[in-house]
Design a binder for this molecule. Structure first.
Ligand SMILES: C[S@@+](CC[C@H](N)C(=O)[O-])C[C@H]1O[C@@H](n2cnc3c(N)ncnc32)[C@H](O)[C@@H]1O
Length: 292
């Protein structure tokens, strides 16, 4: 089997898709925690696209589709929301999620972010929350975004700001790195990873290069709240596939010591509004909006 460094882009895509398929049950389990933290990001994206009755809104790399579902009521009557993701298991979870909430004007289907399975100029608005930094080729993906949007349609997407602005994930990665458990750290921006697009200049260049106009970038602060530092650590080690892989062969006292170090890092962010021991670990996202 080829290693990460000598694999072809298609092999890397297939590998990433398998990982996301495996992650779907974890995302479903941790949905409430993640969505509570990044809700301000979803709302900033919805404000940016200003959905209107009758609009067709596509959410891509949607995961469970939380952002797209916010648009469903706003496009009613006459409009619809399409939730899509590259992982079938995420699509199934998004469909269940919409059904549980009784939302009628929503459909869900599997779709690659780099080549959206939609006709040209068929969409009024496109939402992508925390998706573009995970694709092999964000430039191709943004060009395809431009293709599916009707002229004047709106794109709104979110990426994580720099790792040092995101201790909610970065603090655990830093400890794993200190213990020599990460193959590469920081991960180069050329490789898909949560922080690959944390540069306003690169984002505006990518968005402008894909043919969008008037790109605007806003920074949104978030807080991940958990009852304890240990609970936050458990959640992060589950939803970060890279972190989970780093620790998969570490057991016993070695593992306990590393986990204690991670907990100490998160305990530095006590939740002023929470009970004793609760944490509110900060992060920052960039929300980019542009016209097609
Ligand atoms: C970090 S999760 C974000 C999920 C959701 N957008 C949210 O904010 O809660 C990234 C999502 O992107 C999807 N994804 C990753 N690469 C993709 C690709 N090339 N095409 C489509 N979806 C992809 C994953 O399956 C996963 O659901």
């Amino acid at each position: 089997m080829s290693t990460e460094s000598d694999a072809t882009p298609d092999e890397l895509r297939a590998r990433a898709r398998r990982r996301w398929e495996a992650q779907a049950p974890i995302w479903e389990r941790e949905r409430a925690w993640f969505d509570a933290a990044v809700d301000p990001v979803a709302h900033a994206m919805i404000d940016a696209i200003a959905p209107q009755p009758g609009h067709v809104v596509l959410e891509a790399a949607a995961g469970l589709g939380e952002t797209g579902l916010l648009a469903a009521e706003l496009v009613h009557p006459g409009g619809r929301v399409i939730l899509s993701d590259g992982a079938e298991a995420m699509v199934a979870a998004a469909r269940r999620h919409a059904e549980e909430r009784g939302i009628q004007n929503v459909e869900a289907s599997a779709m690659e972010l780099e080549w959206l399975d939609m006709p040209a100029a068929s969409v009024d608005a496109l939402l992508v929350r925390f998706g573009y930094m995970h694709v092999q080729d964000p430039e191709t993906a943004l060009r395809d975004a431009r293709r599916v949007l009707r002229p004047g349609g709106r794109l709104a997407f979110a990426v994580w700001d720099r790792v040092e602005d995101n201790p909610w994930l970065g603090a655990a990665m830093e400890v794993l790195h200190r213990h020599g458990l990460l193959e590469t750290w920081p991960v180069p921006d050329s490789e898909p990873n949560p922080f690959a697009l944390a540069s306003r200049e690169r984002l505006e260049e990518l968005v402008g290069g894909a043919g969008f106009v008037l790109p605007q970038t806003d920074r949104i602060e978030v807080r991940f709240r958990s009852a304890s530092a240990a609970e936050h650590r458990q959640r992060v080690l589950e939803i970060s596939d890279r972190a989970a892989r780093a620790l998969q062969d570490v057991a016993g006292e070695g593992r306990t010591a590393i986990e204690a170090e991670i907990d100490a890092a998160y305990a530095a962010f006590p939740d002023p509004d929470g009970p004793e021991g609760a944490v509110a670990v900060p992060g920052g996202a960039l929300v980019i909006a542009a016209d097609a």
